[in-house]
Design a protein around this ligand. Structure first.
Ligand code: NAD
Ligand code: UD2
Length: 303
């Protein structure tokens, strides 16, 4: 069939995408610097180039002969972006420009890339549509918005078709629970599974739109299939919100435990509510997230 380049393919979402592309009969080339990704995540049938997506030559070599590029490589952490502003900028925006530039030089290879709900900042209550005014609150969100701006340039000036996928809070197997910046579901599953207590930051009534990784992979492959010229952005979300407290209770129920749930201080800058409106992706791509939270959590727990 076709060969696809997946940058960041040794990471959490990218390795699931590689699995799905291989299962569909495609060849997969991964470009990953293994900074947070792991070789062990990757199906051995995928070709792995260990290299830096912010190095133009490396990216041009990786782009040769591919039918499409999924660009997921990034330092996917708001906290790390706060600490290492310029360093994360290189991985999160400079790398994207190299990917788009390589795609143009290779003859307008289509690029589907990871954006984030972080571009919205705090929009208050209600489901956020793609036409909401972006107001990123941190360097990570600002760089993701920059990716979208450059992707529009890639399409408008250079004829590279691009689709930006604004992931909400993604969860599932292989998400790394070990760093202090890990996503809440990986932390809770890991700790509750090991019989340890968990901490709710603040009152635990803040809400998120949690989307299962298999649905995210389907959103990515759907956006690539029959991609047309131009640039577009889509929320990748469920349209359902879950409080962190409900989340903890659901995981505990699945495990059949009654864990110690403590309260810590609210996280500085924590967004109160984050909920996506899935209507545009449904209408234009025919994509709907289908996995109920309990089902996705059970898969994450390996049950
Ligand atoms: P991840 O850390 O597991 O994957 C990122 C991958 O990129 C890793 O394998 C890492 O080694 C690689 N990488 C980092 N810098 C690189 C560089 N300079 N060159 C080559 N490879 C590099 O994180 P993830 O959760 O799988 O995130 C994938 C994408 O989705 C990222 O772009 C992230 O910003 C975005 N995203 C994730 C979420 C989420 O909830 N997980 C939400 C919104 C957006
Ligand atoms: C950020 C990004 C999101 C994505 C995600 C990756 C924004 C707006 N969003 O989301 O795009 O990159 O990170 O995971 O920047 N919490 C606890 N206890 C814990 C850990 C977390 O209560 O032990 C709370 C935390 O305070 C927050 C919620 O859980 O209210 C979700 O936290 P998160 O770090 O999983 O993700 P979030 O929404 O900050």
């Amino acid at each position: 069939m076709a060969t696809y380049l997946v940058t960041g393919g040794a990471g959490f979402i990218g390795s699931h995408l590689a699995d799905a592309l291989l299962a569909a009969g495609h060849a997969v080339r991964v470009l990953d610097d293994l900074s947070t990704g792991r070789r062990a995540n990757l199906d051995p049938r995928a070709e792995l180039i260990v290299g830096d997506a912010a190095d133009g030559e490396v990216v041009r070599d990786a782009m040769r002969g591919v039918a499409g590029c999924f660009h997921l490589a990034a330092i996917a952490s708001v906290a790390r972006a706060n600490e290492d502003w310029a360093g994360t900028h290189r991985a999160n925006l400079t790398a994207t420009i190299h990917v788009l530039d390589a795609a143009r030089r290779e003859g307008a290879v289509p690029v589907v890339y990871a954006s984030s709900a972080a571009i919205y900042g705090d929009q208050g209550h209600g489901a956020i549509r793609e036409d909401a005014r972006p107001q990123p609150l941190n360097a990570y969100g600002a760089d993701k918005l920059g990716c979208e701006l450059h992707a529009a340039v890639a399409a408008g000036v250079h004829g590279v078709p691009t689709r930006g996928m604004r992931f909400f809070n993604v969860y599932g197997p292989r998400q790394d629970p070990s760093s202090p910046y890990s996503g809440v579901i990986s932390i809770f599953c890991n700790r509750l599974g090991a019989g340890q207590g968990i901490t709710l930051n603040g009152d635990g009534r803040q809400t998120r739109d949690f989307v299962f990784v298999a649905d995210v992979v389907r959103a990515l492959t759907t956006a690539m299939a029959d991609i047309k010229p131009g640039a577009a952005v889509y929320n990748v979300c469920t349209g359902r919100e879950t409080s962190i407290m409900q989340l903890a209770e659901t995981i505990a129920d699945l495990l059949g435990t009654s864990p110690a749930i403590g309260h810590g201080p609210a996280r500085i800058g924590d967004i109160r509510h984050s909920l996506g409106d899935p209507a545009k992706a449904a209408a234009e791509l025919g994509f709907r997230a289908e996995t109920p939270l309990a089902t996705g959590l059970a898969a994450t727990l390996g049950r």
